[in-house]
Design a protein around this ligand. Structure first.
Ligand code: FES
Length: 327
């Protein structure tokens, strides 16, 4: 029997989360485990759509975001897959080394910032653990009889999760490309011609996303959707302080180089919800009324960035002297 301390239960019951039980834990590739989560009473879970993620609040109080990669029509369980990240902040190590079936976790969401838009044809491109949000998309495309193909790359076959599941269900619609056997993904061969009605969905490490964007060249911006693993790691556009006006609060604050916009607006008394504070969950999304955000999140799509009418203030900053937020 698993005994959960009161302190542990409190740590996973943060605002907006429900408590779920780890029903199963399975190694699905070298360095990757999958978790099946369910309500302790086996009750129904909130619905979700392909591309959704959940916030997983671990018993030690840390919170991480993971894509749902199970069957959206199974209303009673969620499945996620977690890559061990030796350079990470400890969340994946906790899942791999300490979390066990029967443990309780907090779960926020699901939320979806990577929605599957209607198309006549899909090209799915996954790098490594980036396969997770694409699995439900592939399933949906197959169930609705829409033309699709999946290009799935990884370092070696052993590190690539869900290969058996994909091969058994979809056969040669999936092109599996372990780098040690076949080299890098031949993106130009897949993307050098734009067929109207085609949408490309890509998830993986930043170099893959950049390579896919290059290969798509002048495709219409809405036809390429990507999901980044981590927030931008390049230097901010602006290294000097800037002003943020909170229009509804009638307050202006100065954001110094070592303070986030989120911290500054909270210090000024504005109430902004947040979760990951790393630009990966979308919780802190805030409307921008004026100014140009320096987008440093992993949530907004290219066209949302270009529109410039919203930002994630936990990581994003300002390109200019002043931003005006609808707060
Ligand atoms: Fe998660 Fe800002 S709190 S994106």
């Amino acid at each position: 029997m698993v005994v959960h301390s009161l302190a542990q239960s409190r740590r996973i019951q943060t605002a907006g989360t429900v408590t779920l039980t780890v029903r199963a834990k399975e190694v699905v590739a070298d360095g990757v485990v999958s978790l099946v989560l369910a309500r302790p009473d086996d009750g129904r879970l909130p619905d979700w759509t392909p591309g959704s993620h959940i916030d997983l609040v671990l018993p030690d109080g840390t919170s991480r975001q993971y894509s749902l990669c199970g069957d959206r029509w199974d209303a009673h369980t969620y499945r996620i897959a977690v890559l061990r990240e030796p350079a990470g902040r400890g969340g994946s190590a906790y899942v791999h080394d300490r979390l066990a079936p029967g443990d309780l976790v907090g779960v926020g969401g699901p939320r979806n910032h990577f929605t599957l838009a209607p198309a006549e044809r899909y090209v799915f491109i996954a790098g490594g653990i980036g396969i997770t949000p694409l699995l439900p998309m592939v399933r949906q495309a197959a169930q609705t009889d829409i033309d699709w193909r999946l290009l799935y790359g990884g370092r070696t076959r052993a590190t690539m999760a869900f290969l058996d599941e994909l091969s058994a269900a979809y056969g040669d619609r999936v092109d599996i490309v372990p780098q040690d056997e076949r080299g890098l993904l031949d993106l130009d061969a897949w993307l050098n011609r734009h067929f109207p009605g085609t949408k490309v969905y890509c998830c993986g490490p930043a170099p893959l996303l950049a390579a896919v964007a290059r290969s798509c060249g002048d495709w219409p911006a809405h036809d390429l959707r990507t999901e980044r693993f981590t927030a931008a790691d390049s230097a901010p556009v602006r290294q000097t302080p800037f002003e943020v006006e909170l229009r509804r609060s009638r307050v202006t604050v100065t954001v110094s180089a070592d303070t986030s916009v989120l911290q500054a607006v909270r210090q000024a008394g504005a109430d902004v919800l947040s979760s990951c504070e790393q630009g990966t969950c979308g919780t802190c999304l805030t409307p921008v009324l004026d100014g140009t955000p320096d987008h440093r999140d992993s949530v907004l799509g290219d066209h949302e960035r270009a529109a410039g009418d919203c930002m994630l203030p936990c990581v994003s900053r300002s390109c200019g002297d002043r931003l005006v937020l609808d707060l």
